[in-house]
Ligand binder design. Structure first.
Ligand SMILES: [Zn+2]
Length: 276
């Protein structure tokens, strides 16, 4: 199986684990502790403002350690602001790995990023060919670890909020990808998406949810995301003053006005190689 295909399958499996088991597996295991105790890794660490990063000695990440520490502390501030929170109570651990093979050894899946929110830990692959997705994974820790598991009807938000918080996939914004999918007729109604958010697959479902989340945050603020996360979509009309169909139409109009039509999204590359 091609690496990209394997990556897609493993992401899907992870999503299915999240959807079916209520995310408990990642809460119970302290993968940070086991990674730090694994003597095949030679860790060097740096700390600033409640964030500790770990790089392997001699690695590409270690060469950029000061820059990475600065960028992680900035990412923490940005994610907190994005979520409308002032602080996260636990210290955050960010472990840099050189490859998906190393990731598989630690977390059991060859993914490029992984959030172990129970241990306040983030694992990211970072090498000259792959940018790391700290903001995406930190968002998972702060939502799942800080807000708790979402209402069952808001599970579509788990990936969407992390994708939107990060904001980019290759050179495209979240809204550019969502608009591309919309204009190609690749997205079902919002209600159908809410009814079965996994049916669309991780890319279409992820960017659909992310763009809608961005629209709700833009129109109703970060607190509305927190409410939707905890309360589910049952009180949609009371929360937003519009029902699901009306929000869908408002979101479509917003996208049409916002996204430059000349941008051509190369979805095939995203599907083959991911967002890095
Ligand atoms: Zn994610």
């Amino acid at each position: 199986m091609k690496r990209a295909a394997l990556f897609r399958v493993s992401l899907l499996v992870m999503l299915l684990i999240i959807v079916t088991s209520g995310i408990s597996a990642q809460e119970k295991d302290d993968l940070v502790q086991s990674a730090l105790e694994d003597t095949t890794f030679n860790w060097a660490s740096s700390e600033s403002r409640g964030v500790r990063i770990y790089c392997q000695r001699g690695s590409f990440a270690e060469k950029h350690r000061s820059m990475l520490l600065r960028s992680v502390t900035t990412a923490v501030d940005e994610v907190l602001e994005y979520l409308g929170e002032s602080r996260y109570d636990k210290p955050l651990n960010v472990l840099y790995l050189e490859s998906r093979e190393e990731m598989e050894r630690i977390v059991g899946q060859p993914v490029s990023g992984f959030a172990n929110w129970g241990a306040s830990g983030v694992f990211v692959v970072f090498n000259p060919e792959w940018r790391s997705f700290e903001k995406h994974e930190i968002t998972h820790v702060f939502t799942m670890g800080g807000w708790g598991a979402p209402d069952t009807t808001s599970r579509w938000m788990v990936e969407g909020i992390a994708i939107h918080s990060d904001g980019w996939c290759r050179e495209y914004t979240v809204d550019e990808i969502a608009y591309h999918l919309l204009s190609q007729g690749q997205l079902p109604s919002l209600q159908e998406f809410f009814d079965d958010s996994t049916a669309l697959g991780e890319i279409r479902g992820g960017f659909y949810g992310a763009s809608v989340i961005g629209f709700i945050r833009h129109t109703h603020g970060a607190e509305a995301l927190h409410d939707l996360w905890l309360n589910g979509i049952g009180d949609f009309k009371e929360m937003f003053g519009s029902d699901v169909k009306e929000i869908e139409n408002l979101w479509k109009n917003y996208l049409k006005l916002k996204v430059k039509k000349e941008i051509k999204v190369d979805l095939e590359t995203i599907e083959d190689l991911g967002c890095g």
